[in-house]
Design a protein around this ligand. Structure first.
Ligand code: NAP
Length: 263
């Protein structure tokens, strides 16, 4: 598989370097435009070089999958720029921009005039930089071979799940925005630790280990969170008092409202 990445920033850079590090693509089969210094540093760390350019059309040349990782407001201009040079029978275009529909992508790529092209909408989260992303993939007019290649690529960068376009807002809220909400819990727990008299750094270490342990239990036991909560709480005990205080202050409702607001 040959990939072209347009926009080598946080997302594009993580995909390019992560895919090479995971061994799903060879460095020689990767081209990136507008690479930021972080990508160059990461490539140096793993001892490889890729084709770097400022020319988006050059990135398209030879690629099987063209991943467009520019800010949403730049998407229209960039897709119009590459529209004339796409091989629509062979190549597919993957957009990582949240909120831009297949209909809009097809319009930007002038599919009515120039012909249809296989499209993906891809929603990773920032943990893709560590190969730990929860990534969602919706497809439109692609081939089974392209689908397999894209699932393999993003599967190597964490977990990849296929969704339909209508599910995109919900999964974006839960995982792409949701990683910030997970950080928010860690941040609030650190502040709680400080109020209990612990130094901030120590609180962070304790919260990280605790959250990691909780996730490991859910995964290993295959249980729902409430089952594990019940194991910690005893009637009249301190955990129950803590949980009740959290709910009095709207903890669960705040999380739900946050997710609904980010849809
Ligand atoms: N970060 C996230 O959590 C996240 C999650 C899901 C989806 N996304 C989506 O991913 C996309 C990229 O986000 P990001 O966080 O990676 O942004 P970013 O770090 O700012 O990277 C954007 C990249 O696009 C390049 N660029 C700017 N203008 C360009 C042009 N005309 N042609 C080609 N490349 C150009 C930039 O290069 P210069 O240095 O030259 O400006 C930079 O390399 C966005 O659409 C965002 O919505 C992000």
């Amino acid at each position: 598989m040959k990939i072209g990445v347009i926009g080598g920033g946080n997302m594009g850079g993580a995909v390019a370097s992560g895919a090479i590090a995971a061994g799903v693509v060879a460095a020689a089969d990767v081209a990136v435009s507008h690479a930021r210094p972080l990508l160059v540093e990461n490539l140096e760390k793993i001892g490889v070089t890729v084709r770097l350019t400022r020319d988006n059309r050059e990135v398209v040349h030879g690629a099987d999958i063209v991943i467009v990782a520019v800010k949403p407001w730049l998407m229209e201009g960039v897709l119009a720029e590459i529209a004339p040079v796409l091989d629509r029978q062979r190549q597919a275009v993957a957009s990582v921009a949240a909120g831009i529909s297949f209909e809009q992508l097809a319009a930007y790529l002038e599919c009515d005039q120039r012909g249809a092209v296989g499209l993906y909408r891809i929603i990773p989260n920032t943990a893709i930089s560590l190969g730990q992303s929860m990534t969602f993939i919706a497809r439109h007019g692609t081939t089974p071979q392209q689908d397999e290649a894209v699932m393999q690529l993003f599967g190597a960068l964490g977990e990849a799940m296929e969704v339909n376009e209508a599910q995109m807002p919900a999964v974006t809220a839960l995982a792409s925005c949701g990683i910030a909400y997970a950080f928010k819990y860690v941040d609030a727990a650190m502040t709680g630790g400080e109020r209990l008299g612990l130094p901030r750094e120590e609180s962070l270490r304790i919260v990280l280990r605790t959250v990691r342990g909780a996730l490991a239990m859910l995964e290993a036991n295959g249980t729902l969170p409430q089952v594990e909560i019940d194991k910690v709480t005893t009637p009249g005990g301190i955990t129950l008092k803590g949980l009740e205080a959290m709910e009095r202050n709207g903890f669960s409702q705040a999380v739900i409202e946050g997710l609904l607001a980010s849809k």
